[in-house]
Design a protein around this ligand. Structure first.
Ligand SMILES: Cc1cc2nc3c(=O)[nH]c(=O)nc-3n(C[C@H](O)[C@H](O)[C@H](O)COP(=O)(O)OP(=O)(O)OC[C@H]3O[C@@H](n4cnc5c(N)ncnc54)[C@H](O)[C@@H]3O)c2cc1C
Length: 386
């Protein structure tokens, strides 16, 4: 089989790349997409809890990406913090418009076919795939196989191997936008949700802070603000997870003196209030008990000033991270310095392009990772066709 452009992986980046290549080529080039799963866009259906937080309005080229989607039939709406969703709130509609656009442009879809190898073949490439008896000869190849996060959606890290076989480097890979496991016994807090400012400390030095809802789990900490902190847990030869702590301020709108004053007032004025209930109604019950040591787990004293300091700086020591299955994104990937950021073309393998999470480029929660997939996919497709 011969094609001018072969897109490997029909996820967000790959579908955007194929649509954009077909628009730029306007029927002058053969374009094919090869995908491991039986259908395209499997991960997209799961994004944003089925609503697909498609991009963030604060992204530099949000208007450009939004326009790309409008022209293939998707309308969007904006919610808190610039999060954009399809107007219908259906992630399936995102896949629907991309599939429709590919079909209308006559892009060939080869599904249920994992790519095994890529090799140079003159000015182009020769690609082999499992379950495909023939080889595919392609003028240009776009690698958009995703990273290692969410392997049940097809992204199992194949793209790194393919990129390395053509001379690229991938650096260290780690799961990100995921829960942080802690050393403390969290059984009594399991299922509790609380608003807090959370800071990641590495050997006592603050690295990054976020504010939002923390979800306590038996293994440790979860919730969007914790996911965003997880991007900053970076291990090297000298640091382990235990060098990282999460410091939680459960009263970010009050300083310690104000909180202490409020607790003193409650102690003096609330009829029948016991030391162990002094925090009750200010934070969820399980957390109030944890802070005062009522559950018998944390062994803390209930003196007012100690309690106020503890509620403003509750520490948890990291013991690990939730793995690839729970992670939303991969930290690390094909090194960005090996790729031209405007064309997405490899700097040393002409005709080879990269798009999406397979590259060393990740963002926080809020639509930034899909935005990266769309934008780099559109750029790669356009240049490959040009
Ligand atoms: C549960 C979940 C929720 C998320 N929610 C959001 C959100 O709301 N907003 C946001 O911005 N980001 C979100 N993300 C992150 C975002 O989905 C990803 O960053 C984005 O999908 C990456 O796009 P991609 O095309 O690079 O990779 P993927 O979407 O992973 O697609 C890669 C494709 O390549 C295929 N493939 C892999 N290897 C091969 C091979 N050898 N041969 C052929 N095909 C192959 C895979 O099957 C897959 O279809 C979420 C992630 C998860 C897991």
């Amino acid at each position: 089989m011969r094609t001018d452009i072969l897109v490997i992986g029909a996820g967000a980046a790959g579908m955007a790349a194929a649509v954009s290549a077909s628009q730029a080529a306007a029927g002058r080039k053969r374009i094919a997409v090869i995908e491991k799963n039986d259908g395209p866009g499997k991960k997209i259906y799961a994004t944003g809890n089925g609503r697909c937080n498609i991009l963030n309005s604060s992204c530099e080229e949000a208007g450009f990406v939004r326009d790309f989607f409008r022209r293939i039939g998707l309308e969007m709406k904006e919610e808190d913090e610039g999060r954009m969703y399809p107007m219908s709130e259906q992630a399936s509609d995102v896949v629907f418009v991309l599939e429709k656009a590919l079909e209308a442009a006559g892009v060939e879809m080869i599904l249920g076919t994992p790519v095994s190898t890529i090799e140079r073949d003159g000015e182009g490439f020769v690609v082999t795939a499992e379950k495909l008896p023939e080889k595919i000869y392609a003028g240009s190849v776009i690698i958009s196989t995703g990273g290692k996060a969410g392997p049940m959606y097809g992204s199992t890290g194949d793209g790194y191997r393919l990129a390395r076989s053509l001379g690229h480097h991938t650096g260290r890979l780690a799961p990100a936008l995921t829960g942080i496991e802690t050393k403390e016994d969290m059984k009594s807090l399991k299922g509790t949700r609380a608003h807090a400012k959370v800071s990641l400390l590495k050997r006592g030095e603050p690295i990054h802070s976020e504010e939002g809802i923390v979800q306590f789990a038996e293994y440790g900490l979860s919730g969007i603000c914790i996911f965003d902190l997880s991007r900053y847990v970076i291990l090297d030869d000298e640091t382990g997870f235990e060098d990282h702590e999460v410091a939680m301020d459960l009263f970010p709108d009050m300083d310690t003196e104000e909180l202490e004053g409020l607790l003193e007032w409650r102690k003096e004025n609330v009829q029948g209030i016991g030391a162990e209930d002094i925090m009750r109604t200010m934070v969820p019950g399980a957390l109030a008990a944890y802070l005062t040591g009522k559950g018998g787990k944390s062994g803390q004293s209930t003196d007012i000033s100690g309690l106020a300091r503890r509620a403003k700086d509750l520490r948890f020591t990291a013991s690990g991270m939730r793995g690839w299955k729970q992670a939303q994104v991969t930290r690390g990937g094909v090194l960005m310095e090996e790729i031209d950021p405007d064309s997405m073309e490899s700097k040393f393998a002409p005709g080879l392009f990269f798009a999406g999470e397979v590259m060393d480029c990740d963002g926080p929660c809020g639509g930034y990772n899909l935005y990266n997939a769309w934008l780099t996919g559109i750029r790669a497709g356009e240049t490959a066709a040009g």
